[in-house]
Design a protein around this ligand. Structure first.
Ligand code: SAH
Length: 216
């Protein structure tokens, strides 16, 4: 009997939405819809394909990982998208989060310091038709001053503390969502309103560290 891979992946995706996201409190309908339609297996190395919808990070090479679906959903929800935002993501990795941002926001700049990861993610995103995403091989510590300000800034690698350069590139009324810390990390959301910052801590998380410099 021929195995219908797409059917199995779809069933597993539906199970992920129900058991890992809705059951754990994700309620943003648009986030659930977008993640329910996006083939996560496209972003996962083929040897881990059967694991695509497990609620854990998966290695993507170069000592990096694609984040667990629950955390991706939580961070996407915390960004409070309306649909027209200009977004900067730091840590493109596999491109999975960038593809979700592509469907939730207006346009997306996704920065990645490891060149082969940036190139690979750009290819997958193009294949999926995410034409509003631009993958840039650069060091996220600098942000993208010539494209600033951003309505949403999302970090998927953890700095020891949120760089002031990035806060400066956040638009008034904007949200920055990021893991922060070294050995112990917390997910934070910073809002900028009338020039003032309001910071909330959400939960403990475990991300790869944000590292300085963009390699080849
Ligand atoms: N969002 C990714 C997961 C990212 S893992 C996904 O959906 O798959 C974190 C990524 O951040 C890694 O690929 C790592 O290389 C990258 N990174 C770490 N420090 C960085 C920096 N200073 N600038 C840009 N990218 C960085």
């Amino acid at each position: 009997m021929k195995i219908d891979k797409d059917k199995i992946m779809k069933e597993q995706r539906e199970w992920m939405i129900k058991e890992h996201l809705i059951a754990r409190g994700i309620s943003d309908k648009k986030v659930l819809e977008v993640m329910g339609n996006l083939a996560r297996e496209k972003f996962v190395p083929s040897k881990y394909m059967v694991d695509s919808y497990g609620d854990h990070p998966i290695p993507i090479g170069h000592s990096q990982t694609i984040s667990q679906p629950y955390i991706v959903a939580l961070m996407s929800e915390l960004c409070e998208f309306k649909g027209d935002e200009k977004v900067m993501e730091i840590g493109c990795g596999s491109g999975y989060q960038a593809a979700i941002l592509s469907a939730l926001a207006g346009n997306v700049f996704s920065l990645e310091r490891i060149k082969p990861l940036a190139e690979n993610a750009a290819l997958i995103l193009e294949e999926l038709g995410c034409s509003n995403v631009k993958v840039i091989h650069s060091d996220g510590f600098d942000g993208l001053p010539h494209e600033a300000p951003f309505d949403v800034i999302l970090l998927t690698a953890a700095p020891e503390s949120i760089p002031q350069t990035l806060i400066d590139q956040l638009a008034d009324g904007g949200r920055l969502v990021a893991p922060e810390g070294n050995t112990v990390q917390q997910l934070v959301r910073i809002r900028k309103k009338s020039g003032k910052l309001n910071s909330e801590t959400i939960t403990y998380v475990s991300f790869v560290p944000m590292l300085k410099g963009a390699g080849s």
